[in-house]
Design a binder for this molecule. Structure first.
Ligand SMILES: NC(=O)c1ccc[n+]([C@@H]2O[C@H](COP(=O)([O-])OP(=O)(O)OC[C@H]3O[C@@H](n4cnc5c(N)ncnc54)[C@H](O)[C@@H]3O)[C@@H](O)[C@H]2O)c1
Length: 374
């Protein structure tokens, strides 16, 4: 029997429920060192708490997260709340002596992220940041390929995360579309950590950035018959430079809420003179590898359900978003138990702070219409 760990969830909205359902599928994992159980949930909206009543071990359902933090059987807290609340709540979690899986973007801006990072490190608690897309088997293969293959001189890198639902102008406003709750970085705070996680893990940290930011839809229905200002950036394209083997390489990062035809497309592509790799969740079981031989062909292969953390799921079955979330939680809990080994880990505190440094520089770049050195 693996050790039981008590999980508390603060913020039971979209992501709070997704994580809860990942724990519901925990038995799919092989050799897990621990068995997570949700014992407490806090959300200011009592209606949200109703849903969590289906979890037998959840004995504390509360509108006051301090009550959750006072529960001795809560070992780890997952916090999924609007960005302006990150700093206060993450700090309170650490003060209560709990480990933390924080949501991105890890504070509303760079200064906030740096304060959370300092507090996290001083606390000695285990803290990681949520970012699940790299756990798709296709990306895991791509990552392994890039680690093990000499692709020659790297020519370019592209990474993106594209949404389309905001093209619907009748979609009501929510906290993600307002600076006061989402942050001035807007779409970068919403989608950016997902885009930079893999490049950062490969050591590709931008030396400079030129940003193109767009706020196209500036008013949305307020849900009460009126309209409200939508003042966050909808789309961000960051033209960055990274240094690889002494050469300056262009790396383009795209984060878009207005991308026609893209429902939730996360993609990563690297081209070199002697090889290349391409993966997108639009074709979630497909990996493309570039063969730099006479044929200059792109070879397509199906990757199946070959996961970093072994599961009972048949190797030929399709992998999807809930599986990525399960794998991310496995990465968090295996690493917390000291047995991550060579496997891909969750986004780190430093990676989250670096992402904020990049997004802050992108704001500056766009404002002054210049290339900003980092
Ligand atoms: N990893 C991912 O793929 C992913 C996807 C979407 C959102 N997110 C991140 O997750 C976080 C939450 O986003 P979401 O989409 O779940 O938002 P959401 O609006 O669906 O849910 C947020 C919940 O927090 C609750 N809440 C607000 N203030 C609270 C407080 N003081 N105490 C307790 N609960 C409170 C709200 O009532 C709501 O139920 C954000 O940081 C967001 O960037 C991550």
């Amino acid at each position: 029997m693996s050790e039981r760990v008590g999980i508390g969830i603060i913020g039971g909205g979209l992501m709070g429920k997704e994580s809860a359902s990942a724990f519901g599928r925990w038995l799919a994992l092989q050799n897990a060192p621990v068995h997570p159980e949700i014992v407490a949930v806090a959300d200011t909206n009592p209606a949200v708490l109703e849903w969590f009543k289906r979890i037998p071990a959840a004995h504390c359902l509360t509108t006051d997260y301090h009550e959750l933090l006072a529960q001795p059987d809560v070992d780890i807290v997952y916090v999924a709340v609007p960005h302006h609340l990150h700093e206060q709540i993450y700090g309170d979690v650490l003060d209560a002596g709990k480990d933390l899986l924080a949501e991105k973007p890890f504070g509303i801006d760079l200064a906030s992220a740096e304060r959370i990072a300092k507090k996290s490190k001083d606390s000695g608690r285990f803290v990681r940041v949520s970012s699940e897309f790299p756990f798709f088997p296709g990306l895991q293969e791509a990552f392994r390929y890039l680690r093990e293959t000499d692709i020659g001189d790297v020519l370019e890198i592209r990474a993106g995360f594209l949404h389309a639902s905001d093209l619907d102008r009748s979609k009501p406003i929510n906290w993600k579309r307002q600076i006061v709750t989402c942050g001035e970085i807007g779409v970068m705070g919403d989608l950016g950590m997902h885009v930079v996680h893999v490049p950062f893990r490969l050591g590709w940290i931008p030396k400079s950035v030129y940003a193109q930011l767009q706020n196209v839809i500036t008013q949305r229905p307020d849900g009460r018959g009126g309209s409200a200002v939508s003042d966050t950036w909808d789309n961000a394209t960051l033209h960055t430079n990274v240094e690889i083997k002494g050469q300056s390489v262009p790396m383009t990062l795209e984060m878009k809420r207005l991308a026609p035809g893209q429902m939730n497309s996360w993609s990563f592509e690297v081209l070199g003179t002697a090889g290349g790799v391409r993966f997108s969740t639009k074709e979630p079981k497909t990996l493309w590898i570039y063969m730099a031989d006479r044929t200059q062909s792109w070879v397509r292969s199906d990757v199946g359900h070959k996961t970093a953390f072994e599961t009972i799921t048949g190797g030929i079955f399709e992998f999807g978003f809930p599986d990525a979330l399960l794998q991310m939680w496995a990465a968090f809990l295996f690493e917390r138990s000291g047995i991550l080994d060579e496997r891909f880990g969750c986004a780190t505190i430093d990676e989250a702070v670096m992402s904020h440094r990049l997004f802050g520089a992108a704001l500056d770049s766009h404002r002054r219409q210049v290339v900003v050195n980092l």
